[in-house]
Design a protein around this ligand. Structure first.
Ligand code: GFB
Length: 316
């Protein structure tokens, strides 16, 4: 890519897409194609085809997806499978058809088997049963990986597939029902601290282990891989470190100043017991995550407080 390349960031308003836009703009890329959802519905094949025919993007980052936390995934499996299949089928096919030079598909660590050995190596894909709470989403993402590999094999399309670990950061969704755990707990603890509440309820047992990466690190890795990786083999992107949900909750409580009790609601699902990616392939290429978890959470909290302030000014 050079700074004048036509680069399409699909999903430019989302957590990952907006981080990619920040990163690319900071590096001087000025020819970014950034249609919003109201302008281009990626689920409609004829619209996507017309967009590619008109704009002919040279590089594509496919960061558009229907995403959500454990409850959203298990409540809306139909939307999670259909929307994601439609988006990725349309964007991958049109990119190939209209001559995109290089394509980056973003998957997820939930593509791996529920009980995969830890840390999870790329070759564990399709070696066991998936985690039921996000099976629909995972199947869609696996189909995207296979589609990229098929187009590379049959047509020589230079598509790469990147598997990020659980992400959080600026621009995240803080809706308590649909969010992932980091924004959900930031909001719960923030509100509890403000109200001097005595307890906060955390879903599940607190024992599952997760790895979390700040989305700015992911954006940095994606731009790095676009330039330095060209293989059909999937590649993991993570920090290489995990912690329990209880430890995460304690960290978020400290960041927000909450001092009450933590209550665990084991009627809510835990999901997969552990999800830690093996990132040796990425490290061998020369890339490592830089933002420590506690610092990333503090930055996200600062951003959230700013957003709260803006919306209270707006509502007057
Ligand atoms: O972030 P999360 O929804 O994603 O949940 P998954 C992680 C863990 O945090 C689970 C617990 O064990 C949850 O039970 N948790 C505790 C909470 N309190 C809360 C809360 O208030 N909200 C949420 N959301 N969780 C998702 C997948 O799984 O991970 C997606 O469903 C995707 O497909 C994403 O892959 C990265 O790691 O369990």
């Amino acid at each position: 890519m050079d700074t004048g390349s036509r680069i399409f960031v699909a999903g430019c308003k989302g957590l990952v897409g907006s981080a990619l836009v920040r990163r690319l703009q900071a590096e001087g890329y000025w020819n970014l194609l950034l249609p919003g959802r109201e302008e281009l519905d990626l689920r409609v094949d004829s619209d996507v085809d017309a967009f590619f025919a008109a704009k002919r993007p040279e590089y594509v980052f496919l960061a558009a997806a229907r995403v959500g936390g454990i409850l959203a995934n298990s409540t809306y499996p139909a939307e999670f499978i259909l929307d994601n299949l439609e988006i990725q089928n349309n964007v991958i096919h049109s990119a190939w058809k209209h001559g995109t030079r290089k394509f980056l598909f973003l998957g997820s660590s939930c593509i791996y088997p529920k009980f995969a050995p830890q840390p999870i190596r790329e070759e564990y894909l399709l070696t066991g049963e998936l985690e039921p709470t996000n099976e629909a989403y995972a199947i869609a993402k696996i189909a995207g990986i296979k589609m990229c590999q098929a187009y590379r094999k049959q047509y020589g399309f230079r598509a790469i597939s990147v598997m990020p670990t659980n992400l959080y950061g600026i621009g995240d969704n803080f809706d308590l029902q649909n969010a992932h755990v980091v924004p959900a707990l930031l909001r719960k603890f923030h509100e509890a601290a403000a109200e001097s509440a005595h307890e906060v309820t955390i879903w599940g047992t607190g024992t599952p282990r997760r790895e979390f990466m700040h989305v700015d690190d992911l954006a940095d890795a994606a731009v790095f891989l676009m330039a330095n990786y060209d293989s059909g083999e999937i590649i993991n992107v993570g920090t290489g470190e995990d912690l329990t949900i209880r430890e995460l909750a304690e960290m978020i409580a400290r960041v927000t100043g909450y001092r009450g009790r933590l209550v665990f609601d084991s009627s809510k699902p835990d999901g997969t017991p552990r999800k830690l990616l093996d990132v040796s392939r990425l490290h061998e290429l020369g890339w490592k995550a830089r933002i420590p978890l506690r610092e990333g959470i503090a930055r996200t909290y600062e951003w959230y407080l700013g957003e709260q302030e803006q919306s209270s000014i707006a509502t007057g």
